[in-house]
Structure formats: structure tokens, C-alpha cells
Write a protein that binds this ligand. Structure first.
Ligand code: GLU
Length: 472
């Protein structure tokens, strides 16, 4: 049963409707864009290690087919229900549109806590889920392409591609049926850190806008900014890493067992190793414990990065949030009530549906790699290096001067796969940020950046529908 009052999907619809007011599209077209096209709810039995049979509840929602394939992650979480998967699938449509990734939105979910299952049980659940998707034509490189999400990673994606390929012998593009795979199984270099790096690029771009920063009473740039990160999973870890590497000070990191604080900054890798060794983020050397994890959200800081689950900032804590900028790395970390309260305080909320698009952007690069059957950089890397070497030698002989070894190495370097992926991601996030801000600047009536992002998404999806025409 969907609970309308707390419906995440309904919250997405509310944000959509608010933004639709600033567009001139036909009402029916807007209704079509909002609707989830297909919802597949499944139940299947899996035999556990102790011989018991458990009935697993799972979903795949395809929100929009205005572009093919549909795209979106699969999450393993006890909180999974139809409403959540529908909301997340619709966010995928808008996210892809904003960053010009030519996919429709989709999302999948399996209602389990992966910690309660052995690796073998998880493998059986994942493979069975995949074969259910194959049976109903809900997966394929040109149909619907899953990826990692909360509670899943490379390992699950490897099981998915293997199951798919074995059920579809001879399908030459089978590797493109899922993204976020290990590099050895057709993955692309740079996918793992992509969401966190995209979050960093997006927030950095906003921070580089002097006018916006002045309004917040901040100086431009990310250097020296105090950052709080909630969640030390893949997205939180990499967001923290890139902010730290670019001179920000990560003063607190929160996980569900508690949070830690150090005004001089935390190193996410050391914290990660400490948590791995002790089973908890607490008692990290040199840091102060914050027993109640959510208290970390309320710390004095410049940038707050919620990188865990939805609804963590809501009507009950929003007025205590002190951050000037909130970068929504997770999907839906703020409720609409929190949005209202924080917008009144003029907090700049950099919205989830584009800020965390780094994952799907690099998934797009992975999918292209799978369809082209060639690694990025394979054709041009040596050519570039030979050319650069030639130019450098000519310049040195013409000037009679020589560059240092370090400079030589840097200038000579031909782009490898990871360089191209990072560069494509940087370009994508900068362009998307600028497009959204331009919409916001052009229409001062638009109340916040989330609404501007929705307007951007609606315009792109509606244009695409208009170009397609409606099938009779
Ligand atoms: N799960 C990620 C997201 O929510 C990635 C999706 C993808 O790569 O398709 O954006």
C-alpha cells in the first residue's frame, strides 16, 4: 500500500508541479512526463543456505521511454517499496535529461538487507532477479540497463551481466545490459568514483560563481571551505576525498552508528580503514565522537553533503541546519518541508537529481564502450604521445632550452581511459550547472535551484516528446 502522506513519489510529483508552473507545456504532456510508464512488481522464491525457502519481494520501474534504453540503479534495502522505486525511477528521467544523457529513467529494488545474507545467497537472489527481468523483457542494452545503487556494487553487476549473457547466447552487445561492472567484465575505468567526483565538480562550479557566493556571505572557490559528509559509502567516501584533495576541510563524517568531528579535517581513507578494523566510525584517533549521528548534520559548516538515504533532513531538523550550501549527493535527502524551511534561510540547495548524475553519466560512457567494443584511448593514446614528443623536441631544439622531467612527463601524456572519463564527467557537470543557473538567473520568480533544475529537465523531456510526436 502506498502511504500518500509520506509518499516519496508524491514528493517528486509536488516538486515537478511546482516547476511546471514556470513552463508553457501542454497539461497532458506534463502528465505523461510525470507518470511511471511500467511498474513490474515481482516475488520469487530463493533457497537459503540453511535449506529454508524465502520469498523475495522486488521491483523494476521504467518511468519513461522518451529515450531508449531506460537507465537506473538497483538497490538492496529493507526500505524498498513500490513508492520508493517509482520516485527514484522518475528522478532518473529528470537526471538524465539535465546532463544530456540520452536515456529514459528507471530504477530497481530488492527488499532485503544484504548484511543478513551470505555471498552465495546474494548471488542467487541477484541472478534470479535478473532472469525475472529477462523473462519480461525488462533488461537489455537497448531496453533497460541497470547499474549499482544503495547496497549494490560491481560484484552484483558482474552477476547480472553473466546471467543475462548466458540467457541470451550470441547477443554481441550483451555487456551493455548493465553498467557499473568490474573493468575485467566490460566496466569502464572511473565509474567507481564517478558519483562522488560529479558531486564535487557540481558543487565546485557553484562555489566558483562569485555572485552566488557573495549572497551567501562566502568567498568563491572550494579551498578552505568546511565540509560535513553524511555517509561513508561509495558516494560519501569519494565526495569527501575530492573535497579534501582540492583544499576543503572535511570537519565531520557521519555513519549510522555515530559521527566524528575534527576541526582540522579528517582523511576519509584513514576513517574508512579505522571503521573496517573496529567495526565503527567512532573513537577515531584525534576526533571527537558525536553519538547521535544526525547531530552531525546540524554542525556549523559551509557545505553539507548528505550522501546516505532519503528524507534525512526534514521538518523536524531543517531549522537547525547551519550549512550555507547543501550538496544533495543522495537521492531525496531533503523533504519538501525541509526545502521550504531552508529556502527561507537562503541556504543554497544543489539538487540531487543533477548533482548525483555523475554515476549515470559515466554509466553512459561505459555503455558506449560496450557497444563500440573498444577501450577509450586505445586508438589515440600513442599517437598523441608521439606527436607531443615531436613538438617538444622541436621546441627544445629551436629554443636551446629543455623542460624538466616532470613537465616532460605531463606534456607527453596521451589520454588514457580514466582521463577521458573524468574529463567527460567534468564537462558534463559544469555544463549542467551552468544551464540550471542560467534558467534561474533568467527567471527571478523561480524560488530555488531545485525548481530551476526541474524546469531544465521538463523542457528537455517535453522537447523530446514533441519531436517524437505521440504514437496514435
Ligand atoms: N544509481 C545511480 C543513480 O541513482 C546510477 C544509475 C546508473 O548508472 O544508471 O544515479
Amino acid at each position: 500500500m502506498l502511504n500518500e502522506q509520506y509518499s516519496f513519489f508524491h514528493n517528486v510529483e509536488r516538486s515537478f508541479d511546482k516547476a511546471a508552473e514556470f513552463t508553457k507545456w501542454d497539461k497532458g504532456l506534463l502528465e505523461q512526463i510525470k507518470a511511471c510508464n511500467s511498474v513490474y512488481r515481482m516475488r520469487f522464491p530463493v533457497k537459503m543456505d540453511d535449506g529454508r525457502i524465502e520469498v523475495i519481494e522486488a521491483y523494476r520501474v521504467q518511468h519513461s521511454q522518451h529515450k531508449s534504453p531506460c537507465k537506473g540503479g538497483i538497490r538492496f534495502s529493507e526500505a524498498v517499496d513500490q513508492d520508493e522505486v517509482m520516485a527514484l525511477a522518475s528522478l532518473m528521467t529528470y537526471k538524465c535529461a539535465i546532463v544530456n544523457v540520452p536515456f529514459g529513467g528507471a530504477k530497481g529494488g530488492i527488499k532485503i538487507n544484504p548484511r543478513n545474507y551470505s555471498t552465495y545467497e546474494l548471488e542467487k537472489i541477484t541472478r534470479r532477479y535478473t532472469s525475472e527481468l529477462v523473462k519480461k523483457n525488462f533488461i537489455g542494452p537497448g531496453i533497460d540497463v541497470p547499474a549499482p545503487d544503495y547496497g549494490t556494487g560491481e560484484r552484483e553487476m558482474a552477476w547480472i551481466v553473466d546471467t543475462y549473457a548466458s540467457l541470451k547466447p550470441g547477443e554481441i552487445d550483451a555487456a551493455g545490459c548493465v553498467t557499473g561492472k568490474p573493468v575485467s567484465q566490460g566496466g569502464v575505468r572511473g565509474r567507481k568514483e564517478a558519483t562522488g567526483l560529479g558531486v564535487f565538480y557540481g558543487v565546485r562550479e557553484v562555489c566558483n560563481m562569485a555572485g552566488r557566493m557573495k549572497k551567501l556571505g562566502l568567498t568563491p572557490g572550494v579551498k578552505g571551505k568546511k565540509v560535513v559528509v553524511q555517509g561513508l559509502g561509495n558516494v560519501g567516501y569519494h565526495s569527501a576525498k575530492f573535497f579534501r584533495e582540492h583544499g576543503s576541510i572535511v570537519i565531520a563524517i557521519a555513519e549510522y552508528e555515530g559521527a566524528i568531528y575534527n576541526a582540522n579535517g579528517l582523511n576519509e581513507e584513514e576513517v574508512f580503514q579505522h571503521r573496517k578494523a573496529t567495526g565503527s566510525i567512532l573513537n577515531f584517533p584525534g576526533a571527537t565522537n558525536i553519538e547521535k549521528s544526525t547531530d552531525a548534520l546540524e554542525l556549523e559548516c559551509d557545505i553539507l553533503i548528505p550522501a546516505a538515504l532519503e528524507n534525512v533532513i526534514n521538518g523536524s531538523n531543517a531549522d537547525r541546519i547551519k550549512a550555507k550550501i547543501i550538496g544533495e549527493a543522495a537521492n531525496g535527502p531533503l523533504t519538501p518541508e525541509a526545502d521550504v524551511i531552508l529556502n527561507k534561510k537562503s541556504t543554497l540547495i544543489v539538487p540531487d537529481m543533477y548533482l548525483n548524475a555523475g554515476g549515470v553519466t559515466v554509466s553512459y560512457f561505459e555503455w558506449l564502450k560496450n557497444l563500440s567494443h573498444v577501450r577509450y584511448g586505445r586508438l589515440e593514446k600513442r599517437f598523441t604521445e608521439n606527436m607531443n614528443s615531436h613538438i617538444l623536441t622541436q621546441m627544445e631544439s629551436l629554443t636551446g632550452k629543455t623542460v624538466s622531467d616532470a613537465e616532460r612527463k605531463f606534456i607527453m601524456h596521451g589520454a588514457e581511459e580514466v582521463d577521458l572519463v573524468h574529463s567527460g564527467l567534468e564537462e558534463t557537470m559544469i555544463t549542467a550547472t551552468q544551464e540550471i543557473i542560467a534558467i534561474w538567473d533568467k527567471n527571478p520568480e523561480i524560488p530555488d535551484m531545485r525548481t530551476a533544475a526541474y524546469v531544465c529537465a521538463i523542457n528537455k523531456v517535453a522537447t523530446s516528446y514533441n519531436e517524437l510526436g505521440i504514437f496514435p
